[in-house]
Design a protein around this ligand. Structure first.
Ligand code: SAH
Length: 350
């Protein structure tokens, strides 16, 4: 059975046309699901009863179920969400900023990219999430926390560019003015750097912020920590990044994880400055968060400061990521998906 939350207004329209129904009902249908968040066709009072019965036979409407919420002292909350195939769960993180609420959502259950510092990839990829399931994380958290989310980062579990069509579907659903009507400018998508997909994304010309997880200024260092670097040489990645900035005239955020004595030397900071000089970008430095299976350490404050100073000296815009939710393992790279509820219980009690 198809999930009604995945259909865009255009798709509802085509469906209704093909079913010899009134195409203009696409808008109210979409509104019921994406604005009023009803979970049953029975509640759609302005949809003819006969059509509701038919829709019930073909579609389900469901939001991900909130299995668990952990709250940190800084008001960050980590949600464990379960999808309709009960084996699939992901985590997402609600953060409170001065400007409002931001949600970090997952794009896949698990991840097949294999970055050595990241908890999301430890068990590999379970499955892609649909666009509706990405949007559903936002609706479910808004319902649970009784807040309105104004910013979204696609930086939870998964590689969004490894699930590009569903990412596009998500962006259409969430931006639709009959639904959540979220501004695309308030959305950031982070990729480990898949060049072909960066180009496809560029050609869509969406005002979404692009973040690229760089973590090293050269192939030798990058290969030590990111499996994708075996397949994608730095040169190819930087070409795609330049394609993006040239075409869109928008700044790329480069994420740079600092790992003690691995990619955090002054010399590598110099190399990074050289690599990025003249490129429309911004560097976000993130001291690595501990993941017990990975065993990487964050550098001492002094080294972090020195690294940032080199970039500043070269006039590369740089910020240090504000760290939230560490006490509940909700920080970057610490999100996991859990395959079966049995495994989940085991881990909790371990
Ligand atoms: N697959 C995408 C999005 C998910 S990761 C990507 O790679 O960008 C989101 C960000 O968290 C990335 O920049 C990632 O490199 C970073 N990250 C992963 N593990 C981390 C860790 N242990 N500490 C700090 N940041 C981490």
């Amino acid at each position: 059975m198809r999930s009604g939350i995945d259909l865009t207004i255009d798709e509802w329209r085509s469906y209704l046309k093909e079913s010899q129904e009134k195409p203009y009902l696409a808008v109210p249908l979409f509104r019921w699901i994406h604005h009023h968040h009803v979970l049953s066709f029975d509640e759609m009072s302005d949809i003819p009863l006969r059509l509701r019965e038919k829709l019930k036979e073909e579609f389900r409407i469901d939001l991900p179920k909130v299995l668990d919420v952990q709250r940190a002292e800084d008001e960050t909350a980590k949600y464990l969400m379960q999808f309709q195939d009960t084996d699939t769960t992901v985590e997402c993180v609600l953060m409170k900023y001065r400007f409002g609420y931001s949600l970090c959502i997952s794009s896949q259950a698990g991840c097949r990219m294999g970055c050595r510092f990241c908890a999301s990839t430890l068990r590999g990829l379970d499955r892609n999430l649909t666009g509706g399931e990405m949007a559903g994380q936002i609706y479910a958290v808004e319902k649970d926390a009784k807040v309105s989310i104004s910013h979204v980062v696609v930086m939870g579990c998964g590689e969004p560019f490894d699930n590009l069509q569903e990412l596009f579907r998500f962006l259409t659903l969430i931006h639709e003015e009959e639904g959540k009507n979220l501004s695309l400018r308030n959305i950031t998508v982070s990729t480990c750097g898949l060049p072909d997909q960066i180009r496809i994304f560029t050609d869509r010309d969406l005002p979404v912020t692009l973040a690229v997880s760089l973590h090293a200024p050269n192939d030798t260092v990058r290969k030590k920590i990111m499996r994708i670097a075996q397949a994608v040489p730095m040169e190819k990645l930087m070409d795609a990044c330049r394609y993006y900035t040239d075409r869109t005239n928008r700044r790329i955020t480069f994420e740079y994880l600092l790992i003690d004595h691995l990619n955090d030397s002054v010399q590598l900071a110099e190399e990074l400055s050289f690599l990025l000089s003249g490129l429309l970008c911004h560097v976000n430095v993130i001291p690595v968060n501990p993941v017990k299976e990975c065993g990487f350490e964050r550098p001492k404050e002094e080294r972090i400061r020195q690294f940032i100073e080199v970039l500043e000296r070269h006039h590369i815009p740089v910020t240090r990521r504000r760290e939230m939710g560490k006490s509940i393992d909700a920080a970057c790279g610490q999100l996991r998906h859990k395959r079966a509820s049995g495994a989940l219980r085991e881990e909790r009690h371990a």
